[in-house]
Design a protein around this ligand. Structure first.
Ligand code: NAD
Length: 256
């Protein structure tokens, strides 16, 4: 029997077949889980719907996390369709391209707030909707973060500050939701070439440095993040909550 047999969940953040969220979806489905998908808007729908259909997903809904009515509608759909929720993947982030190069100090008020709203507040919002559906089901919530939350990574800028907020949110949400048996964790993934990552100037250098400096002497594949998501969403990790788990070929442990 698969690790996810009988478990149902929702995945936010598939943009295309390179998305980390898609790698998570494949592992969770392979493990026997049933998945509902969301897409940000009609432009993304063209890519996401065929992927969702390829794995026979029954629920595929629009959800821009800045639109409360869409968030409410998608949880209503999932609540009715699944009669509860066992896992949720939050794999969403956004910052204006202008804010992902140059000096952090130049971040505008508008750019700062936009990055925080989409990349940090959305997790809190989605958890609030997920909470009643997950209560008493040993639910698991996983979000995606990056090392730029702890150390300065050139050009990552406002997104690094957002990821620090996201990681703190994970701990507060884990504390809030623990009574209902729900766990909240983050995966800190090493750099992977995706649509979102292509917005960061100097991605190639970051990838090269990762291969050079990490103990495993390579970068990581999205599938490796997917497998950790499978662990975190399954009962294998039943005692783990509020944690940031690194899937970065060990890069974060290295000093000189
Ligand atoms: P991606 O572009 O495939 O995914 C980003 C997703 O965010 C997209 O599906 C996009 O539609 C969604 N999104 C943005 N604004 C949204 C909104 N308003 N409403 C709903 N959805 C919205 O890129 P990815 O690299 O798979 O990114 C997924 C997550 O992984 C992000 O949180 C990212 O910061 C994190 N991450 C990525 C890397 C990397 O190197 N790729 C490393 C560590 C962490």
């Amino acid at each position: 029997m698969g690790l996810m047999e009988g478990k149902k969940g929702i995945i936010f953040g598939v943009a295309n077949e390179r998305s980390i969220a898609w790698a998570c979806a494949k592992e969770l489905i392979q493990g026997g889980g049933e998945v509902a998908f969301t897409y940000q808007n009609e432009i993304f729908e063209k890519r996401v719907r065929p992927l969702a259909e390829s794995v026979k997903a029954k629920i595929v809904e629009p959800c821009d996390v800045n639109k409360d009515e869409q968030v409410e509608a998608v949880f209503k759909k999932v609540g009715d369709g699944f009669q509860g929720l066992d896992f949720m993947i939050h794999s969403i982030a956004f910052a204006d391209k202008n804010d992902l190069s140059g000096r952090y100090i130049d971040t505008s008020r508008e750019g700062f707030l936009k990055a925080m709203e989409v990349s940090v507040y959305s997790l809190t919002l989605l958890c609030r909707y997920a909470e009643p559906l997950m209560k008493g089901r040993n639910g698991s919530i996983v979000t995606l973060t990056y090392y730029g939350s702890e150390k300065v990574i050139y050009n990552y800028n406002v997104m690094g500050v957002a990821k620090a907020g996201l990681e703190a949110s994970v701990r507060y949400l884990a504390s809030d939701m623990g009574q209902g048996g729900t766990r909240v964790n983050a995966i800190s993934a090493g750099p992977i070439r995706t649509l979102a990552a292509s917005g960061i100037s100097g991605l190639r250098t970051i990838l090269e440095l990762c291969s050079e400096k990490s103990p495993l002497k390579r970068s990581i594949a999205a599938e490796e993040v997917g497998k950790t998501a499978l662990y975190l969403c399954s009962n294998l990790s039943s005692g783990v909550t509020g944690e940031i788990i690194y899937v970065d070929a060990g890069y974060n442990i290295m000093g000189v």
